[in-house]
Design a protein around this ligand. Structure first.
Ligand SMILES: Cc1cc2nc3c(=O)[nH]c(=O)nc-3n(C[C@H](O)[C@H](O)[C@H](O)COP(=O)(O)O)c2cc1C
Length: 242
């Protein structure tokens, strides 16, 4: 593919967001009240570890606010990294060329979700490798499914590196037009052994506040039935090496 074709295809992919209809519009319940769904991803290979505990706390609070959620585990099976093959740029947004791991499962679930929260353990001061690989492929191949949807990351660590981890995660949301949801403190909780994080009472409260803020924002931005800003410019795409 030449440079001009690449730019055209990348621009079309980015602009795809504009034609995605709000999922929530399809989820009206019998009372006419709009239902929202938040997808919660556990990036830890420990499916019942500390990151999971944080997501459970968030789930319970979302439920209190009448917001649906689903926790998806990336688990212990290998997650492929993006190999920059360009396959996803040639299939009209159908997704990553690899469809043999959790990335395609999560992309499918993202279609039915109005927002995204990703939990990661801190490994060497960064998100763990599996979740980074998954997020990079998910966002590169199916960015139109996450565009404009509110998002948050949370990080769990034994001792240090959580703020750098959060920054890495937020970098992805911030270039996909995703409103980043915050809390009373950075979305961090502390624990080492499984379940220990529940002893971090401030951390747990931070998770509940995050969930409350997420529910509040979702309801507000959908209130007039138009959760996507009208943008009158096509996204530019200009490499610095020309
Ligand atoms: C490979 C590896 C690297 C880690 N690096 C850090 C680190 O840099 N800072 C830290 O505070 N904890 C670190 N930890 C501890 C985990 O972040 C901590 O145990 C966390 O609670 C795990 O979450 P989980 O139970 O959801 O998997 C590391 C753990 C592993 C396995």
């Amino acid at each position: 593919m030449n440079r001009r074709d690449f730019i055209k295809k990348a621009t079309m992919a980015a602009a795809g967001a504009a034609v995605v209809s709000p999922v929530s519009a399809m989820l009206n319940n019998v009372t006419g009240e709009t239902k929202f769904k938040v997808l919660l991803i556990n990036g830890s290979p420990r499916t019942d570890g500390n990151t999971f505990c944080c997501l459970k706390e968030i789930e319970a609070t979302l439920q209190k606010h009448g917001v649906e959620s689903e926790i998806v585990q990336i688990g212990r099976k290998p997650v492929r990294m993006c190999i920059n093959c360009g396959g996803c740029r040639q299939n009209n947004g159908a997704g990553c060329a690899f469809d043999d791991d959790m990335c395609s499962v999560i992309a499918e679930k993202m279609k039915e979700s109005d927002a995204l929260i990703v939990g990661t353990p801190v490994y060497y001061g960064q998100p763990n490798g599996g979740i980074l690989s998954l997020m990079q492929r998910l966002f590169y191949s199916t960015g139109h499914l996450v565009q404009n949807k509110p998002a948050a990351a949370l990080a769990v660590c034994r001792r240090g590196g959580a703020t750098a981890t959060l920054q890495t995660m937020n970098m992805m949301f911030e270039m996909m037009n995703m409103p980043v949801v915050t809390s009373q403190y950075w979305n961090i909780a502390y624990g080492a052994g499984k379940g220990e994080v529940k002893l971090d009472t401030e951390g747990m409260q931070t998770m509940r506040t995050l969930a409350t803020n997420m529910a509040f924002l979702l309801k507000k931005i959908h209130a007039d039935g138009n959760p996507t800003p009208q943008r009158d410019e096509f996204p530019a795409f200009m490499n610095f090496i020309r």
